[in-house]
Design a protein around this ligand. Sequence first.
Ligand SMILES: *Cc1c(COP(=O)(O)O)cnc(C)c1O
Length: 394
Amino acid sequence: MNFSEYPIESLMYITNRPEIVFTHGKGSWLYDNEGKRYLDFIQGWAVNSLGHCNEGMIEALDKQSRLLINPSPAFYNAPMAQLAGLLTEHSCFDKVFFANSGAEANEGAIKLARKWGKKHRDGAYEVITFDHSFHGRTIATMSASGKAGWDTIYAPQVPGFPKADLNDIASVEKLVTRKTVAVMLEPIQGEGGVIPATREFMQQLRALTKKHGILLIVDEVQSGCGRAGTLFAHELSDIEPDIMTLGKGIGGGVPLAALLAKNDACVFEAGDQGGTYNGNPLMTAVGYSVISQLVAPGFLEGVRARGQYLREKLLELSAERGFEGERGEGLLRALLLGKDIGPQIVEKARVMQPDGLLLNAARPNLLRFMPALNVTNEEIDQMMAMLRSVLDSL
Ligand SMILES: *Cc1c(COP(=O)(O)O)cnc(C)c1O
């Protein structure tokens, strides 16, 4: 079908979208309305952990949709309990609350921390967050985020989110007061440009929060669920946070998110937290399929191997073209271009013929790679060849 035949004019404007409509996808490939195919290294924004239309997810959706779609959040259902059990079995956390988006899971984490502060820390409510961090698009999570300009778009902000500098423990210590209830960070800043918190910094943060009797919250919406080569990115630092949020990859493409906490941090009382779709069986059944595939023997080793392969290829390209190297963990990586040519590369890669390539420039001076976790080395080679031909055409 021609682009002009789609009724897009009723969609509210929020951003500039290219004039194509995606119609179907399989694995690492997406297809548009004109039948052109694209090698997808965005994957729904690090969401489709198992690529497009994964068979296990399809089966889970199909089976659950015939059994039970929504009994109401006021009742138990089997997939919600099974997925919670799988997550607690494979993490250091004791309890799980399901939500529908990363922002909502983070709102839940902030509420849990504030409630905990009321109960255990004399009404403390401030959550120290970080410059360049991204925690979502609700008013509170925008206030928690350290994204430039976000303090003014919908002013006034929600108070109580002083900002420290990533990988600078003194900048955190300086902000701790009697009002502080928690420190919250992404173990790898995703939208900020794939900037990992160092192992040393994560360990210093754990020690600092313990010393002051406050909570450590990790936002693993982007870094979690296998993306970093371990099931959760904080495992790379050998620390146990008090609270963790998941989103994106946990649903493999369907709207699902989670708030996990250690027993000591679980202070919600009846009515404190909820949400119409929380723990709905259709989404949690899909999440169960996704997490089961991620924890299957050998899967995460494979992610680490392919992450290492991608890293080597990016380093080769960087040396060849005079770029500034690469960084990241597992299959969340960035190529540092050293100049603001990211958006131009992204555009050229997408319109390239006969096949397009979908890339993202989280910042103008870098490219971010977030392929399916089951991407193959051959697909990585294909991506590199396509990227080289785009660079040649600049
Ligand atoms: C994407 C993202 C969010 C927000 O998730 P939504 O599902 O878009 O609400 C929060 N935190 C991090 C680290 C993210 O990458």
